[in-house]
Design a protein around this ligand. Sequence first.
Ligand SMILES: Cc1ncc(COP(=O)(O)O)c(C=O)c1O
Length: 461
Amino acid sequence: MKKMYTISDLPQLTRAQVRENFKNHMNPGLCTYLGLLDFDKYYVKAQGVNVWDSDGNCYLDFLGGYGSLNLGHNHPYVIESMQKVAARPNLLQASMNGVASALAYNLAQITPGKLSNTFFCNSGAEAVEGALKLARIATGRSRILSCEAGFHGKTMGALSVTGRKKYHKGFEPMLPHCDVVPYGELAALEEQLKKNDVAAFIVEPIQGEGGVIVPPAGYLNAAKELCHRYGALFVVDEIQTGLGRTGKMFACDHEGVEPDVMCLAKSLGGGIMPIGAFITTEEIWNAAYGGVEKCLLHTSTFGGNTWATAAGIAALEVIQTENLPQRAAELGDYLLSGLRSLQEKYPIIHEVRGKGLLVGVEFEQPAKGIMAKLAGAINKLASEYLGSMVAGVLLNEYRIITAYTLNNPNVIRLEPPLVVSREQIDVVLNALDETFHKNRSLLGFSLTSGKTFLSSMLRKK
Ligand SMILES: Cc1ncc(COP(=O)(O)O)c(C=O)c1O
């Protein structure tokens, strides 16, 4: 029999073995890419905002699972809650799941307006797929509008409404009848809606992957009114902004926006379980899937399983009992004002944006002259991935985990768990201050990154 790992073998795995397994049996390109800036670490322990690598080094996680770790890593109450349901059937589809229906009840209590009926699935992209299908069947129309630089996931339908060509290339044709409009611009939206064939307009209340873009005040409510004037559903993607991240339970709550459909995922699983959901009104649900004939038109084998929905119930409870939205509002203001002071000192910082603890720092675009001085892979990194070079310096010199935003690589995001402390934020602000002081220009960052790049290449040979 061929050797296979057992769970008891895992503690003995080394970083080199993990790298080999990842390279040979998962994604070799990603393995190389992570290695370029020494991001290919092997983390073995996590709690709250901290993670530890296999050499025992402790890091601050300011990436926060791209918004999935609002409660921090391994929140003990979420784990305990899952253990409390461990004796129940986890999967028994031809029945009514008591845990799932309790979570659906809770979501109906805390989501805005008349949102009342939830469909559970397993990821953000799947929640978006469900929302798009819901809109088509409920309205009898086919066209979907979304925003330039918006991000809704990478499955076929979600990708078709994601506004970055780089991710479409090689997968075309995208879903037909999907069009983009500029984010934050109402006239362009109305122009499209006027054709009276739009099923839904899907939008993020703050664009996360687009580079943390906050729209003009009043945009969401005005967009919703336009949608209703022309018979389209207003779908809000709160997958990244929801569950306390921006300083309110939902980013929609800042302006009292009541969407027709809301997509959730990420932190709904309490940082432990994969879960996604879309929530809509009773009226829209019934128009789409009401009655015995239509009730099974949209399903998911694992959607609404007991463990994932128990994690969801516990997550909502922790978000409320630990006042996480309020923490995000206060600590987000603190982080933003610290970053704005740095912006005054260092011209390499072009802009600081965000709301609550969804924060982006955009760098000045590299000048062409500088680019010419950088060779090979470092040049490519610098032109396409300045954010990742800064993230590389933060990781390797200060043990702070961050990342760039997917649709705008010139932006790094700071998205720590909402349980972060003021002192931990100070550590990050001080690290940024020191590193911008040392590497005042793009060239400085490129050289520092270049050193990491070269040493990681040499080490791996
Ligand atoms: C706003 C938004 N929608 C959808 C998604 C896709 O979620 P998933 O990666 O779980 O499919 C993301 C992921 O980053 C997101 O930020």
